[in-house]
Design a protein around this ligand. Structure first.
Ligand code: TPP
Length: 969
């Protein structure tokens, strides 16, 4: 005879659909169910209600057709045998609500019983990771979370062996508490723990649940697969051991303790290749980088040893500063059973995590090149340190890009080498949360925590990660708990600060040793075989070491792939051919003023378009924004994609650009630049999120991968670029010198003193000039729309690429004087680095003063000089400050042998271009034998803040500096 408990369970099983239906009605309208049931449901807390939801919710085990596990077991680098047969899937009572049973009270008791079990299961899904076995050193405090204690759900010792109906959750229709607990512990508290219940998308959540619960989060690898894992571990360990032996105490930021990274990456590549990946762009910091270069990307061991011996990574004739060996990048093709995956590791500077957005930007460009609209062919793979991932703000900024239209790349795989220490700092000092990965929850990424001493678990988690990414095109995180066997670098003594941890590490066997023991115990290999694999690697390394002394890098690794055909910058003028024909300019210009019929244009915009049309037809008075649109339009018409991103860039901060027109009735968007001519390239403009660091990094990355597009980042106001200073200093200004990586990125930085206060006046021109050297980039402060037009086109119409820093105007956007006529755009016109005044009617000898200046102040000077009727002062504009146009400026200055020379700027004396041009002009005057020896200075006096916040003071200062430029002796 069935026991009371069995009857209860049976009773509930047969009425589950009834309860689910009743509850769903109650949720919609409590008065729609019988008042006694309403009272029953009303007493349930939120957790119980969530559990009750599980009754009606879809679950992998409840689906009628089994979820496909296609390809699950086959062809893993470490192959797996098919998962254990799925638990019996009995058809649950479903369909229409069953009639209310007679014994309602008993049914309610049974319902509560099930609810309690489901609450417990739910708690494990949410919090099971706290109890998981993650720390190889066993130092992490073990959490027995109260929510994981069955007693807290009303279960006593007598309840462990009676059946409870749980409606196919966990694959059991009915199970005892003992069975449930065992299943929960092995699934959620083993060496893989998962955080996924924060994901709101039911399909994603269910997918993960299925992957974990259907195989109890374990996977059975084949012997061949296990041997392969062992071999990769041996490769990783032997490499570090060898370096330790040969270069004791030399910095290498070893992977020792985190060797499972190597088979893990291998798995992502192999499984990714099966799922359509053609290319993986990696970004990683110092830790284990040499190991990844050698053992994953196949950089020759001899090359690495040669670098350890102090030899350069590139042939001697290659210029530049070079970089330390653990910052260098490389690329390689790897073939996994016929799936070729191209791998590239992006060079990165010391500044942790700043490479993240750069990698993402590169991936986006590569996806564009491959027309990978599904974003399944190119994957970003970022490898992080635990302290850095938790601490650096750019991590959050980059994650935030992940779902944005203009920046998404279909998900990044993040792998955290969580060695539970950052330099000398323990986690309790370096993050406010249990895991370094909590930041990834902001984008609802699933997070797998895994014990690095269980390499099979690490490989398995990575397999799920890449499958999830390919399936859902979303970020996913693998957090590998491990340890750092030596100090932060190999010259450090970790015992000073972590004596207990390091005592534990000293007696802790390596991951490979532990795994070898496991394989020996399981009869997969003998001890001797395991040892032989290790010896084989070591003797190979010995041979490579011998070869290192004669190793010569034969070819600098640049200008390959998308860069082939481009070359290294040379020559002085570097104008390029940037002019267009008048017909072409008009064709483009007129296309920019058209909108589709029935498009409800804003009336003000309609008037502006009319004015533009007139300017283009007459060829007169082309303003800044129109010149920019003409540059973009001619480029896209020529087949050159243009990508512009920045805050509010579509409209333009100063309401000047309007490159996206908005229908006033429907908010439909129309981008005239994408309707210039058939077959044209794409113009993309993206209003960026309110981030500078990640967005600039992204655009820089895009420009690295796509030299044949014009890539532009725009700051809202120039000095907001401060927030992206790391990208400017570490990549844009020095990437070519350090890593032989060119970029044609344009940075548009609104600059100019119009009385808008300390932050909205200066783009900090001085910083860019301080960083100018070794022909690293171009810094311009143009004063005419035509010059801007040519400067933009010049970025593409030359055979080299250099970043372009542009001080862009604000007030000049609407200044009549600052307009250009069509002849400045056409027929052999070009960018001018120096602009002088035409049409003077007095001889040059009569000129008493040359006022040199750059940018907006020119118009203030001109106005004042002309109003005063001064005829013997000329104004010469330096439109390009770097590379300094010495020759062109010299040619101007020799014309005025009787003049003195004044440098005029709006910025304070300790800012702007003065300190930069001062000595250069002095040297130039000496070189041309000018009578004037040094330029005099007219500008704001030295200051701490770039500008005053008081308009009246601004006006006084501005009038004074203009006056001084014209009058000082
Ligand atoms: C932005 C930045 N700040 C500080 C440093 C100096 N630094 C280099 S490594 C390191 C600790 C990194 O710890 P973690 O991210 O856990 O990586 P691990 O070295 O442990 O692998 C620090 C503070 C740096 N490189 N970059």
């Amino acid at each position: 005879m069935a026991s009371q408990a069995e009857q209860t369970s049976f009773l509930f099983a047969h009425n589950a659909a009834f309860i689910a239906d009743l509850y769903s009605r109650f949720k919609k309208d409590p008065s729609s169910v019988d008042s006694s049931w309403a009272a029953f449901f009303g007493t349930l807390g939120q957790d119980a209600r969530d559990a009750l939801d599980d009754l009606g919710a879809p679950s992998w085990a409840k689906k009628t057709a089994p979820v496909s596990l296609d390809g699950y077991g086959d062809a893993l680098m470490a192959e797996v045998t098919p998962p254990a047969a799925k638990p019996d899937r009995q058809t649950k009572p479903n369909g229409a609500a069953v009639a209310e049973p007679a014994d309602v009270e008993q049914l309610r008791r049974a319902t509560l019983d099930s609810i309690q079990a489901l609450m417990l299961i739910r708690a494990y899904r949410i919090r099971g990771h706290f109890k998981a076995n993650l720390d190889p050193l066993g130092l992490m405090p073990h959490h027995d979370h109260p929510e994981l204690d069955p007693r807290n759900y009303g279960f006593g010792p007598e309840d462990w062996d009676r059946p409870i109906f749980i409606n196919n959750v966990l694959g059991f229709e009915t199970a005892t508490l003992r069975q449930i607990m065992q299943r929960l512990e092995e699934t959620y508290c083993g060496t893989i723990a998962v955080e996924y219940m924060h994901i709101q998308d039911p399909a994603q959540k269910l997918w993960i649940q299925e992957r974990i619960e259907s195989v109890h989060n374990r996977t059975d690898f084949t012997e061949r697969g296990r041997r392969a894992i062992y071999e990769r571990l041996a490769a990783a360990e032997s490499f570090e051991k060898f370096l330790h032996l040969k270069y004791t105490g030399t910095k290498r930021f070893g992977l020792d303790g985190g060797e499972a990274l190597v088979p893990a990456l291998e798995q992502i590549m192999k499984r990714g290749g099966q799922l359509g990946l053609k290319e993986i762009v990696l970004g990683m910091a110092h830790r284990g980088r040499l190991n990844v270069l050698a053992n994953v990307l196949g950089k020759p061991f001899a090359a690495i040893f040669s670098e350890f011996q102090g030899n350069p990574a590139n042939p001697d004739e290659v210029q530049g500063s070079g970089d330390v060996k653990y910052h260098l990048g490389t690329s390689a093709d790897r073939d996994f059973d016929g799936n070729v995956v191209h791998l590239s590791l992006t060079a990165n500077p010391s500044h942790l995590e700043c490479v993240n957005p750069v990698v993402i930007g590169k991936v986006r460009a590569k996806q564009m090149q491959l027309q990978d609209t599904e974003r399944e062919m190119v994957l970003p793979l970022l490898i992080h340190g635990d302290a850095a991932f938790a601490g650096q703000g750019v991590v959050g900024e980059t994650l935030m890009l992940s779902e944005l239209k203009g920046y998404r790349v279909g998900g990044t795989i993040h792998f955290v080498i969580n060695n539970q220490i950052g330099f000398t700092t323990a986690p309790s000092y370096s993050r406010s949360g249990p895991y370094p990965t909590d930041v990834a929850k902001m984008i609802q990424a699933p997070i797998f925590h895994v014990n690095g001493d269980d390499p099979e678990a690490v490989v398995h988690a990575c397999r799920i990660a890449v499958e999830f990414r390919q399936q859902f095109k979303k970020d996913v995180v693998v957090d590998m708990f491990c340890y750092r066997r030596f100090g932060h670098n190999e010259g450090d003594e970790p015992g000073f600060t972590q004596p207990l941890m390091y005592k534990r590490i000293a007696s802790h066997p390596t991951t490979r040793e532990i795994y070898a023991r496991r394989l020996v115990e399981d009869g997969v290999m003998t001890e001797a075989e395991a040892e032989a694999v290790m010896q084989e690697f070591l003797s190979h390394l010995e041979q490579e070491f011998e070869a290192a002394s004669s190793y010569k890098p034969n070819k600098a690794d640049w200008l390959g792939g998308a860069w082939s055909g481009l070359s290294i910058a040379k020559g002085d003028e570097r104008r390029g051919t940037t002019a267009v024909s008048a017909e072409f300019l008009k064709e483009v210009g007129l296309a920019l003023t058209k909108v589709p019929e029935n498009f409800n244009l804003n009336p003000k915009i309609a008037r502006q378009l009319k004015a533009k049309e007139k300017a283009i037809i007459e060829g007169k008075g082309i303003d800044w924004a129109t010149a920019e649109a003409l540059a973009f339009g001619t480029l896209v018409a020529e087949g050159v994609p243009v990508r512009l991103s920045g805050q509010d860039s579509g409209r333009g901060t100063f309401s000047q650009r309007h490159s996206v027109l908005i229908d006033q009735e429907t908010e439909e968007r129309y981008v005239p630049l994408n309707h210039v001519r058939p077959g044209q390239a794409v113009y993309e403009v993206h209003d960026s999120p309110l981030s500078e660091f990640a967005v600039l990094g992204f655009e820089y990355g895009f420009s690295l991968a796509e030299p044949r597009a014009l890539t532009i980042w725009e700051a809202q106001f120039g000095d907001f670029a401060n927030g992206a200073q790391v990208i400017i200093d570490q990549f844009i200004s020095s990437g070519e010198a350090k890593w032989l990586r060119m970029s044609g990125l344009v940075m548009l930085l609104p600059h100019g003193y119009e009385g808008q206060g300390p932050e909205h006046s200066s783009a900090r021109l001085e910083r860019y000039l301080t960083m100018s050297g070794e022909d690293n980039w171009q810094v311009i402060y143009p004063t005419t729309p035509a010059n801007y037009f040519h400067a933009l086109r010049r970025q593409i119409h030359r055979d080299f690429r250099k970043p372009l820093i542009v001080m862009t105007p604000k007030s000049l956007l609407r200044l009549k004087d600052a307009q250009s006529d069509i002849d400045m755009f056409v027929n052999g016109s070009s960018f001018h680095r120096v602009l002088y005044e035409d049409g003077r009617d007095k001889p040059d000898e009569s000129v008493r003063r040359v006022v040199l200046c750059s940018g907006k102040v020119y118009y203030d000077l001109k106005k004042e000089r002309d109003e005063r009727g001064i005829k013997d002062i000329v104004l010469v504009r330096l439109e390009q400050l770097y590379p300094f146009p010495r020759k062109a400026l010299g040619e101007e200055l020799v014309k005025y042998p009787n003049a003195d020379v004044v440098w005029c700027q709006e910025e304070p004396e300790n800012m702007g271009a003065w300190f930069f041009v001062d000595r250069k002009i002095e040297a130039l005057l000496a070189e041309i034998g000018h009578k004037c020896k040094r330029p005099a200075y007219a500008g704001r006096k030295e200051a701490a803040a770039p500008a005053t916040g008081l308009l009246r003071r601004h006006n006084q200062e501005q009038a004074k500096l203009i006056d001084e430029a014209l009058t000082i002796a």
